[in-house]
Design a protein around this ligand. Structure first.
Ligand SMILES: *Cc1c(COP(=O)(O)O)cnc(C)c1O
Length: 453
């Protein structure tokens, strides 16, 4: 059968725009910015209905780890599908959820022994906030405050949005939100010329210390994205900050929530970012890469001490009565288990070090460009920050949408990049080859040089 594929592309776009409302999108943009209808995916590649390919350099919003349509995950899912698609997790259980809980306890930092499942990142954050609050209540202590870092992102449901600090997402809804205490970010882009990451992150900790000391008795928890504030523009900081924060939270008896939703599962070079600071949080939130990018699932891990504070006679009303319909979905848990098997099957982190090194080498010379404020890298996350003026790190006005120009250029040249404002970044699937890295970095360079001109 003869199919005019360009027409097929267009027809899907037309039908889409009649009824769908897309996430994180001013829909009017699509009067001039074409939607890209994807027909299939394989490895790092996405393909539209005309056969045009796109290298997924951002792992489809940071969720994909081992490429699209991975044979091992596909096979595991097909098998599970014939067995059990879903059952409620209250009063019932199943092998995939049980095995996943065992696996997560085994691979996460010491002391995290209990796993509460939910179905997306924001829900995991909500769970950790509610659990922390209720933990103190169950102890007979009334605490209501949460502490967050400037420029942080923890999701977009109202509770998760409240503890975030990216104005683009938060400002509109701020009248509806609980008000956290906000400490300055340890983000090292703001450091003095010549200052080390460690020195700057240490210096930034002073304000956190003061804030916690002042409000300790009211604070349930401090929530942070360990090492990289991803949605806040891939801003990075030194692990020493996490060490200092862990020690202080211990001293003042305040929970530490590590939101590893974006940075978990090898993104920062270690399996979990907290490992680089050699700390265990009181709550660890996982999602995104958890299922290898296949299905929505999230997990909150806590130490036994927190679990025990909810474990009591029913009538005490100390139970954690939170639920989502799809909690612990067997298919999602199966995708997660298959993803864990891929980690166990080869030295993924070692290969990732080579990938990171090659990416860094390929773009190194851009650092000298007058419109590049900084190139920064933590493990598999590499960011290039475009600036209007280099020495003062003066940003381009956001209205100019320079990043969007890079997006458009890259799409025309077989690469999917999705800059965050003026920050172009790479967060590719771990199966990317050296040749694909060459393509990705070459197209990004060309796109950046055009966008800043
Ligand atoms: C993406 C993200 C979330 C929210 O996850 P969703 O599944 O999109 O709700 C929370 N925290 C961090 C650090 C994230 O990157």
């Amino acid at each position: 059968m003869f199919v005019n594929s360009d027409n097929e592309n267009n027809s899907w776009v037309e039908r889409d725009l009649r009824h769908l409302w897309h996430p994180c999108t001013q829909m009017q943009d699509h009067e001039w910015l074409p939607l890209v209808p994807i027909k299939r995916g394989r490895g790092v590649w996405l393909e539209d209905y005309s056969g045009q390919r796109y290298l997924d350099a951002i792992s489809s919003w940071w969720v994909n780890l081992f490429g699209h349509c991975h044979p091992h995950i596909n096979a595991a899912l097909k098998q599970q599908l014939e067995q059990l698609e879903h059952v409620l997790l209250a009063g019932f259980t199943h092998a995939p959820a049980t095995r996943l809980a065992e696996q997560l306890v085994a691979i996460t930092p010491a002391g995290l022994d209990r796993v509460f499942l939910a179905d997306n990142g924001s829900a995991a954050v909500e769970v950790s906030l509610k659990m922390s609050f209720q933990y103190w209540r169950n102890q007979g202590r009334s605490r209501t405050k949460f502490v967050t870092l400037a420029n942080s992102y923890h999701g977009e449901t109202l509770g998760a949005l409240a503890v975030g600090d990216v104005g683009l997402y938060r400002d509109m809804y701020s009248p509806l939100l609980l008000q956290p205490l906000v400490a300055p970010s340890p983000d090292c882009f703001a450091r003095e010329a010549g200052e080390s990451w460690e020195s700057f992150s240490r210096r930034q900790f002073a304000a956190m210390e003061q804030l916690l000391n002042e409000h300790a008795a009211d604070i349930c928890a401090v929530i942070v994205e360990p090492l990289v504030q991803c949605a806040g523009g891939m801003r990075m900081y030194h692990p020493v900050y996490l060490q200092l924060l862990r020690a202080l939270c211990d001293r003042l008896d305040i929970h530490l929530i590590a939101d590893e939703i974006a940075v978990g599962f090898g993104r920062t070079g270690t399996l979990f970012a907290c490992e680089q600071a050699d700390i265990s949080p009181d709550f660890m939130c996982l999602s995104k890469g958890l299922t290898g990018g296949y299905l929505p699932l999230s997990a909150v891990l806590v130490p036994d001490k927190i679990y025990q504070a909810f474990y009591a006679d029913y009538a005490s009303m100390k139970g954690f009565l939170h639920s989502h319909s799809y909690t612990g979905n067997p298919l999602a848990c199966t995708a997660a288990l298959a993803t864990m098997e891929l980690f166990a099957g080869s030295d993924v982190l070692a290969r990732n070090r080579q990938i990171a090194e090659l990416i860094s080498t390929r773009i190194q010379d851009l650092e000298a460009h007058p419109n590049v404020g900084e190139i920064r890298q933590t493990g598999m996350i590499t960011a290039i920050e475009m600036v209007q003026e280099k020495t003062g790190k003066q940003p381009f006005p956001w209205q100019e949408r320079r990043g969007l120009r890079v997006y458009q250029y890259a799409l025309r040249h077989e690469v999917l990049l999705r800059p965050l404002g003026n920050v172009v970044y790479f967060m590719p699937p771990y199966v990317i080859t050296d040749e694909q890295i060459d393509l990705m970095t070459r197209v990004a360079r060309e796109g950046i040089l055009r966008a800043v001109a």
